[in-house]
Design a protein around this ligand. Structure first.
Ligand code: SAM
Length: 229
């Protein structure tokens, strides 16, 4: 059906969702619930009203689908047409309160689009010179900045929405402080190696948050993640 991925598994990350991902290769983890929850304010001190969202680098589409399951109208953009085809198939199999549409787009290409309330992204964050690159091309493109940097994602996001929420790592936070933008919110996932950051246009202080992962799971009525054996 989607031949370039090999064997697929179909997951139910939340009620109504049927999301396909490769059994071997890039698979999502707890950060997808955390990112969607962080954008909505679930698991944090304050809820944000979100009617329209854009996801940059949507991959399997799971983050977009989680947001759409909460009633948000979501557009998922991804440079790899095979991921887009897979996410479109997952959208066909899923029932959501909002809506979701996946298209092939590279975040580095200038684009015009209807603005959104928030942009979400879980961009690749490893430098190509910082260690071994996965021999799986698709996994490599998901993890290593081969087709754009974290800054490319954030800059594209700030052209589309006043709030850009990203999954990142402590060593990348400095790169989020772009000209005319600031990190407004910062939260750490358990273990501290993965952070959630919200970048906004203008100037302001960074507020550190305690992010409650179980509350974010509960917001989506999320089910435990099963790892392939
Ligand atoms: C870490 S994965 C995240 C996938 C999905 N959002 C998730 O959280 O499971 C990063 C995604 O960004 C995509 N990507 C990398 N460079 C891109 C670019 N320049 N434009 C659009 N998507 C890109 C990759 O193909 C990959 O699907």
């Amino acid at each position: 059906m989607i031949p370039t991925f090999g064997d697929l598994s179909e997951e139910t990350p939340a009620p109504g969702l049927r999301v396909l991902q490769p059994r071997r290769g890039y698979r999502w983890g707890v950060e997808v619930y955390a990112l969607a929850g962080f954008a909505l304010g679930a698991g944090g001190p304050m809820a944000f009203p979100v009617a329209r969202a854009i996801e940059l680098g949507s991959g399997s589409g799971v983050v977009s689908l989680l947001l759409a399951s909460c009633g948000v109208a979501v557009r998922g953009w991804e440079r790899d047409p095979a991921w887009v085809a897979l996410a479109q198939e997952s959208a066909r199999r899923s029932t959501v309160r909002g809506s979701v549409r996946f298209t092939v787009r590279d975040v580095r290409a200038p684009t015009r689009a209807r603005p959104a309330d928030v942009v979400v992204a879980n961009p690749p964050w490893f430098s190509p010179t910082a260690g071994p690159i996965s021999p799986d091309d698709r996994k490599a493109a998901a993890r290593t900045m081969l087709h754009g940097t974290v800054q490319d994602f954030v800059e594209a996001g700030l052209r589309l929405a006043p709030r850009v929420c990203v999954v990142t790592r402590p060593e990348r936070v400095a790169e989020l402080k772009l000209r005319s933008a600031y990190v407004a919110r910062l939260a750490s996932l358990p273990g501290g190696a993965v952070l959630l950051a919200e970048v906004r246009q203008g100037e302001g202080e960074t507020v550190g948050e305690t992010f409650d992962v179980p509350v974010a799971y509960a917001a989506f009525r999320g089910l435990p993640i099963e790892r392939p054996s």
